[in-house]
Design a protein around this ligand. Structure first.
Ligand code: TRP
Length: 360
């Protein structure tokens, strides 16, 4: 892993198993980028961030750590090509936010759309934990500690990236340096991937709504979930014209179905678009669409299942990967911290000119 590779950083909160929303939102992109050989990806299990709204149930986080590691390997992340680590064990990620927090105003944090939205979703209002309010600052530290240029995330994280870029530019300007790197988001391929709906048609796939398909779902569970999927409620008889827009079955097909898959599993059509037109015209039943979707999803999840089977018996191996990745992440981020301290001028014990410059 040569140093000149461009750095990627991204991560997930460990509050349960990873689902298809995670997969199309970011995981798939990470694996693609990893496999080009052009990047060095840092993949972070964001346990500190998970604590910002789970301080009272840390066991939920603890229980998710190895499961997420396994999800990562199953999805195709390769510890030989990327660095998987845990956030809570990286000293830089406690120190940098302290410096950055002096560069961000309270009103700027309050305007962060992601924070605003999450406050509403979690019903926090004024009783919001301070740690939660400031997590955009912590997230800027996650990214900049590794000098990451690319951050594969879903659209919902764009305000975090904006905030991180502002911090980078303030820091470099105020401390007259070019140490920190401005990150940019790498978004998923299309709209359907950006906001994968739940199988009940709810706007978001979320564990608490019970509408997720998990990467670890077996063949039978996956099929049951696909077959029970919400579709177009106005499409009652096969001959009725149907809506493809906002229809979960087609949203999933948009996110997962390739032209090759259409040719293999629905050879009556050349493209997904042709099939959608048929559905909109009338004469195409939901059952047929769901059968196609099931084939597409089984094909997508099959290699993921096979890799899971290969790794799941070896817990020690999973822990070793995390430990090694974390040690490496500590080493690299400590270098950034040393540069940051020097730029601010608080490097008293390591700057050899410090004594000379002392004026009595
Ligand atoms: N906020 C991200 C999420 O909820 C997780 C995360 C934490 C992250 N730190 C990050 C993502 C840094 C990208 C970069 O999924």
């Amino acid at each position: 892993m040569a140093n000149e590779k461009e750095i990627i950083l991204t991560g997930d909160r460990p509050t349960g198993s990873l689902h298809l929303g995670h997969y199309v939102g970011s995981l798939r992109k990470r694996v693609e980028m990893q496999n080009t050989g052009k990047y060095l990806p840092f993949i972070m299990i964001a346990d500190l961030q998970a604590l910002t709204d789970n301080a009272e149930n840390p066991e939920k986080i603890r229980e998710s750590i190895l499961g997420i590691t396994l999800d990562y390997l199953a999805a195709g992340l390769d510890p030989e090509k990327c660095n998987i680590f845990v956030q809570s064990h990286i000293p830089a990620l406690y120190e940098l936010p302290m410096y950055y927090s002096n560069l961000v105003t309270m009103s700027r944090l309050e305007r962060n759309p992601t924070i605003k939205n999450e406050i509403k979703m979690r019903g926090f209002e004024r009783s919001i934990p301070v740690g939660f309010m400031t997590y955009p600052i912590s997230q800027a530290a996650d990214i900049t500690a590794f000098k990451a240029k690319y951050v594969p995330v879903g659209e919902d994280q764009l305000p975090m990236l904006e905030q991180a870029r502002e911090i980078v530019s303030s820091f470099n300007r105020i401390y007259k340096c070019e140490i920190l790197v401005e990150p940019q988001a790498v978004l998923p391929d299309n709209e359907s991937c950006n906001r994968l709906v739940g199988i009940d048609g709810n706007a978001k796939m979320s564990k608490s709504l019970g509408n997720c398909i998990y990467l670890k779902d077996d063949e039978k569970t996956l099929k049951e979930k696909v077959m029970s999927m919400y579709t177009d409620p106005t499409h009652i008889n096969v001959s009725d014209p149907g809506h493809t827009e906002g229809n979960p079955v087609f949203i999933y097909l948009d996110a997962f179905c390739t032209d090759e898959m259409i040719q293999e599993y629905a050879p009556d059509y050349k493209t997904l678009e042709e099939m959608k037109e048929h559905y909109r015209r009338g004469g195409l039943g939901d059952m047929k669409c769901k059968k196609l979707l099931n084939s597409v999803m089984q094909e997508t999840l099959k290699p993921i299942r096979e890799r899971r089977a290969q790794f799941e018996g070896d817990r020690q191996y999973l822990l070793d990967i995390l430990k090694k990745g974390t040690e490496r992440a500590v080493e690299i981020s400590n270098k950034t911290v040393a540069e940051v301290r020097a730029a601010i001028g608080i490097d008293y014990f390591t700057d050899s000119t410090f004594l000379d410059k002392f004026v009595k």
